[in-house]
Design a binder for this molecule. Structure first.
Ligand code: VG1
Ligand code: CO
Length: 544
């Protein structure tokens, strides 16, 4: 028994993207690949020595194997205590909750989030810092630099403990505590929302919902919270058993990947409410009878009504949204007289604003919503927030959304994704747009005049750190916007995301269908980006 230093050689492709390092499982299974990344983390985070580390994943293929390796490496690297979710399971928001609650020095979350799982699909690893949030860029860049020069990693002998049994054991000097992955998180939810009122709504016989866990991590969480604590009828949670391959599905809660759920909400006897979450439990999709709530609208509606929930009764300090997220929340912030911050894509940019108490709520157009209760976006939290609003306002989802539009105006919004396109073609498309930026302002595109065109840069107002080249923005006189950026979470080729937004103050126009409302902007975006010519695609793969 003991620990060993194993010699290794660097891999050149271990730079974390928007949310950790994501690769095909086969890449992670190469000898030393996972080990190099984990050792680079320990080498660049000396503060973890002698401290607590939270560890868990979304249960996808390779989760258990990776946890066994990481535990042995953590022991060899002087970690004092590892908190591991039973079965190796932890949702991303639950991991964030545990890091904060148990004052851990950090956490490792094994997930490729909404990407499919299985031997031929994706795996991922990300590091969260002591505030519970994703590591900021300075941390991931230092880690990446270390992966380029690593020569050895440390690993302890011996089998890791049985992950299916609650309890404490040891690897060398490190204690390993296998804990209930759900309880602390469920307790936190209960402290934020009016559980008795939601319980009553479920028992009224007038309210029926489904939560689609998509065979991913939120199954056990939703079962405990919705069916056990809140008394929703059995069967409310569907696809609730986490599976290593997510049942062969794509655990991405949107109109394209959860069509059965959407169908259940349609028609005069459709469900009152339906929701879904993604692979690691940090995203949410919100549906009412005959209505899909865009994530951007959801953020705005939660902000406007936060005072109706116990956890946010005293109001909110400010709101942040990622740059491509629609400006719907800005209008609420203006009325509330609070600050709104526009950040680059990715949750890591919200951490400083939350820690500094400049904001309470934050969100992204990509089905991510969250608050200062943890430092990750949180799928079930958003669902419970909506349930609390439905119980408090005694209105349907559709009424709440339409009232909101009437009061604040409607931001028509859509995102077009072109997936798995050629990397060089994608880079060329962005370069071509960048080259046009100086001459675009003042010109007419379609019948709209461009007022600004830039490549978004962000200076963190708390620590002054700067992030450049975060997406091409083209803004028009009437407040419409087109944004182009390349995904930082894919594992195959490049994904081009085109975000389109138009503000409509006139309530008589709010019933327009999104596609029709944005058709002319879509046309302008295709031409400006030369999308068909450069990508070879006549239409996007996914529209959300
Ligand atoms: C996407 C989303 C982004 C989100 C990120 C991680 O990133 O656009 O808003 O924060 O995924 O979400 P990208 O770089 O592919 O656009 V998750 O739920 O996959 O951790
Ligand atoms: Co996710």
């Amino acid at each position: 028994m003991g620990s060993h230093a194993i010699s290794t050689h660097p891999f050149s492709d271990q730079r974390p993207g928007t949310s950790g390092l994501r690769k095909k499982v086969r890449v992670f299974q190469q000898p030393h690949y996972l080990e190099n990344f984990v050792q680079s983390l320990f080498d660049t985070q000396p503060g973890l020595r002698g401290e607590t580390l939270v560890l868990g994943g979304d249960g996808r293929f390779y989760n258990r194997e990776a946890i066994a390796i990481i535990l042995r490496m953590a022991a060899a690297n002087g970690i004092a205590r590892a908190l591991v979710g039973r079965g190796g399971l932890l949702s991303t928001p639950a991991a964030s909750c545990l890091i904060r609650k148990f004052r851990a020095q950090g956490g490792i979350i094994l997930s490729a989030s909404h990407n499919p799982g299985g031997p031929e699909e994706d795996f991922g690893i990300k590091f969260n810092v002591t505030n519970g949030g994703p590591a900021p860029e300075a941390v991931t860049e230092a880690l990446y630099a270390r992966t380029r020069e690593i020569e050895r990693y440390l690993i302890a002998d011996g089998a890791p403990p049985d992950l299916d049994q609650l309890g404490t054991s040891r690897i060398e000097a490190m204690s390993v505590e296998v804990i209930d992955p759900v309880k602390d998180y469920a307790d936190l939810m209960e402290s934020l929302f009016d559980f008795p009122a939601i319980h009553q709504m479920f028992n009224s016989g007038l309210f029926d919902m489904r939560f689609d866990a998509m065979h991913a991590i939120t199954g056990p969480y939703a079962l405990e919270i919705l069916e056990h604590r809140l008394g929703a009828r059995p069967g409310t949670v569907i696809n609730g058993q986490p599976k290593p391959d997510f049942g062969g599905g794509h655990p991405d809660p949107n109109l394209a990947h959860a069509p059965e759920l959407v169908r259940m909400t349609l028609g005069p006897s459709g469900l009152n409410f339906a929701a879904a979450s993604d692979g690691d439990g940090d995203r949410n999709m919100i549906l009412g009878r005959n209505i899909f709530v865009t994530p951007s609208d959801s953020l705005a509606i939660l902000a406007a009504n936060a005072h109706l929930t116990p956890g946010y009764r005293n109001g909110i300090a400010g709101i942040a949204r990622s740059m491509p997220t629609s400006g719907a929340a800005d209008r609420v912030a203006e009325q509330l007289g609070i600050e709104v911050y526009e950040t680059p894509t990715g949750w890591k940019f919200f951490g400083n604003l939350l820690d500094a108490k400049r904001i309470t709520l934050c969100g992204e157009e990509s089905f991510g919503t969250g608050s200062d209760h943890v430092r990750e976006k949180d799928g079930l939290w958003a669902v419970l927030f909506w349930l609390n609003l439905l119980a408090a306002k005694k209105q349907s989802v559709e009424q709440i959304v339409q009232d909101h539009w009437r009061r604040y105006g409607r931001n028509f919004y859509t995102r077009h994704d072109y997936e798995g396109i050629d990397g060089a073609a994608a880079a060329g498309l962005i370069e071509h747009l960048r080259a046009q930026l100086p001459t675009l302002p003042g010109t007419l595109l379609g019948d709209r005049r461009v007022t600004y065109a830039d490549d978004f840069s962000y200076t963190d107002p708390v620590d002054g750190s700067q992030s450049n080249r975060q997406g091409i923005r083209v803004g028009f006189e009437d407040g419409s916007r087109i944004i182009f950026r390349l995904s930082g979470t894919g594992t195959q080729g490049a994904t081009l995301r085109v975000y389109l937004e138009r503000f409509e103050p006139d309530p008589n126009q709010h019933a327009l269908e999104t596609h029709a409302a944005l058709a002319d902007l879509v046309r302008v975006a295709r031409e400006l980006g030369e999308i068909p010519e450069r990508t070879g695609r006549a239409a996007p793969d996914v529209i959300t």
